[in-house]
Design a binder for this molecule. Structure first.
Ligand code: F6P
Length: 363
């Protein structure tokens, strides 16, 4: 058996359901089975960056009780603070991180976070000699390295439930209901939740939309006696460049914009159709992970410990073709994984009559 290790665990970026389940798996396997010492680092690197105000503390088995189904992260997380910025004493924060890392005599860090956090980890590893194993995280599921990130299916579950609820109220009032979901650059949540929740229209960032196509869909539905319509819009979705936004008052978000564009179009047609927009927001990130995300998070946690055990530093745990494996953190693409226009699911969506607002290339 390899020598017992002392490892730190950090969670960085926006929270996602399943973070605690990863932490729990690391502690249960690393501490419980291998006898290692596991330390939680508060708010990503802040526990090592700001030792006067933030903490690093040992994680034992009792501290992980009840964590599997608990949302958020017991370590806290942040997407603020620059580990390569300059501290008050003139040093680079990364030097302070290294100093405190040495003070705790750590053998390495397991870094649970999205591509931004992993890039920071990679720099800390190559420039400051801190060994890192990465675990990918984002509810957006837009990391190239892995088929699925934990948290994604939990977000889809919440959005699907919201769509089910909107269906009954939309149908009762003969309304057009628009649901804005997360996804600034990639429309995965909108696409999966839209299909799972029986949406009639889906707008994603990858397919700029023409509101007229949504109106036509609404009218086609009316002709078959369906007097309500459900639209899912990703927060990064936008109309085609040719669509004027002049006179559109609600420009705060994609849901408001689409609602206003449809409202204006209906007004021109003297059509009194009622529209309502719901912005789901951070509800998608809160609460308990789904069983899939709990299992995936547990697999990721165990794999991360196995990588540390075999000195597989610099690797990022991932799921590829149903197999838990790893890729070099250095290879983590900087561009997010967007919905490919040839994505099979887009074809599935249009095959069941979902209007995407623009042309897609057939797969
Ligand atoms: O990347 C995850 C995510 O939830 C995005 O879907 C969303 O656009 C963003 O984070 C929200 O960030 P914040 O919590 O900082 O408002």
């Amino acid at each position: 058996m390899s020598k017992a290790k002392r490892i730190g665990v950090c969670t960085g970026g926006g929270d996602a359901p399943g973070l605690n389940a990863v932490i729990r798996a690391i502690v249960k396997y690393g501490r419980g089975q291998l006898g290692w010492e596991v330390f939680g680092v508060e708010e990503c690197f802040h526990g090592l960056m700001y030792p006067d105000t933030k903490s690093v503390w040992p994680l034992d088995l009792p501290s992980c009780q009840g964590l599997l189904g608990r949302g958020g992260t017991i370590l806290g997380t942040t997407n603020r603070g620059d580990p390569f910025g300059t501290a008050e004493d003139g040093r680079c924060y990364a030097e302070i991180i290294r100093e405190n890392y040495d003070r705790y005599a750590l053998d390495g860090l397991i870094l649970i976070g999205g591509d931004g956090t992993q890039k920071i980890g990679h720099r800390l590893s190559t420039e400051y000699g801190i060994p890192i194993v990465g675990v990918p995280k984002t509810i957006d599921n837009d990391l190239e390295a892995t088929d699925f990130t934990f948290g994604f299916w939990s977000a889809v579950d919440v959005a699907t439930d919201a769509l089910d609820r909107l269906h009954t109220t939309a149908e009762s009032h003969d309304r057009v209901m628009i649901l804005e979901v997360m996804g600034r650059t990639a429309g995965w949540i909108a696409l999966y939740a839209g299909i799972a929740g029986g949406a009639d229209c889906i707008a994603i960032p990858e397919v700029p939309y023409d509101p007229a196509r949504f109106i036509e869909k609404i009218e086609r539905r009316r002709k078959i006696g369906r007097h309500f319509t459900i639209v899912v819009v990703a927060e990064g979705a936008r109309p085609m460049d040719s669509i004027s936004l002049e006179g559109v008052s609600g420009r705060r978000g994609a849901g408001d914009t689409l609602t206003e564009l449809l409202r204006a179009e209906f007004a021109q047609r003297d059509d009194a159709t009622e529209l309502r927009c719901t912005v789901l927001g951070h509800i998608q990130r809160g609460g308990s992970p789904t069983p899939f995300d709990r299992v995936l998070a547990t697999q990721y946690g165990v794999k991360a410990v196995q990588l540390v055990e075999s000195e597989g530093w610099g690797e990022l745990v991932c799921l590829r073709g149903g197999e838990i494996t790893s890729v070099p953190i250095a290879d983590v693409a900087s561009a997010p994984r967007e919905v490919d226009p040839q994505e099979t699911l887009l074809g599935v969506a249009t095959s069941v009559g979902i209007e995407l607002g623009g042309e897609i290339e057939p797969a």
